[in-house]
Design a protein around this ligand. Structure first.
Ligand code: ADP
Ligand code: ADP
Length: 225
């Protein structure tokens, strides 16, 4: 668990100011949703937090530690993408354990963590399957499994439900919320879907044209005055 801070972060791609004057404090254990129309800078903000894009100016801290100059592997975060990014030729077990293996963790340790994650996500009976033999919702859970085995300080999720059909999206939404509550891991979640923001977030950041328009809770933000 960790706090997350953006301090006056800017990002330009040539002439395009993708993010301007981005200042935000996220509390330990918050489920913080960045919401806004396509092109408003949500992914750019998330990628800078992940270390996948450099900032043009300003600083970013995770757990009070300035990570602005650190690479993605050094930030103690785990990212979940909309396309799941699973390895097709690997079993569910290997997919979930891959990040730990890359870090040189002990085999028995990895197995124990993978099995615990699989149990949490109700994937135990699918551990020996390949991703192609899973449903969309199950693949999504494998992607989550990959993130939780790492025991990171924060989860970063970029439209993780956008490839699911409407019914499964609603179901997976509450699975993610419950999982996050149970683990208490600070989460930044990007979506263009206002309903998703309202039903999942403890804190909502409304973005438009590269700037933060409003910050609030689901109760206060869109309530009639
Ligand atoms: P969102 O995630 O809200 O859809 P993005 O963060 O992807 O928005 O994009 C914000 C702005 O930055 C857009 O105008 C987009 O075209 C621009 N942008 C994003 N990535 C790049 C890039 N690699 N090169 C140039 N412009 C980019
Ligand atoms: P890390 O935080 O080190 O990226 P991961 O478990 O996410 O941990 O990935 C381990 C390595 O595999 C990293 O170098 C990452 O860039 C790479 N990787 C992860 N997912 C994919 C993918 N779908 N395709 C190609 N490379 C990937």
């Amino acid at each position: 668990m960790a706090t997350i801070d953006f301090d006056n972060v800017q990002k330009s791609y040539g002439e395009v100011h993708a993010i301007r004057d981005f200042t935000l404090h996220v509390e330990d254990g918050d489920f913080c949703v960045f919401v806004g129309p396509s092109g408003c800078g949500k992914s750019t903000a998330l990628k800078m937090l992940a270390g996948l894009e450099a900032t043009s100016a300003g600083s970013i801290s995770i757990g009070g530690r300035d990570v602005t100059e650190l690479g993605p592997g050094k930030r103690d975060i785990a990212m979940v993408f909309q396309n799941y990014a699973l390895y097709p030729h690997m079993s569910v077990r290997s997919n979930i354990g891959f990040g730990l293996k890359m870090r040189g963790q002990d085999k028995a340790d990895i197995n124990r963590k993978v099995e615990a994650a699989a149990e949490t996500l109700e994937l135990t009976s699918y551990l020996d399957r390949r991703p192609r033999a899973l449903s969309g919702g199950q693949r999504q859970r494998v992607a989550l499994g990959r993130a939780i085995v790492r025991e990171p300080s924060a989860f970063l999720m970029d439209e993780p439900l956008s490839n699911l059909d409407a019914k499964l999206r609603v179901q997976t939404r509450s699975e993610i919320v419950n999982l996050q509550k149970r683990l208490g891991v600070t989460t930044i979640y990007v979506t263009h879907d206002q309903v998703e923001a309202l039903t999942m977030a403890t804190k909502i950041v409304v973005m438009r044209g590269g700037v933060i328009q409003q910050i609030g809770s689901p109760d206060t933000l869109f309530a009639e005055p």
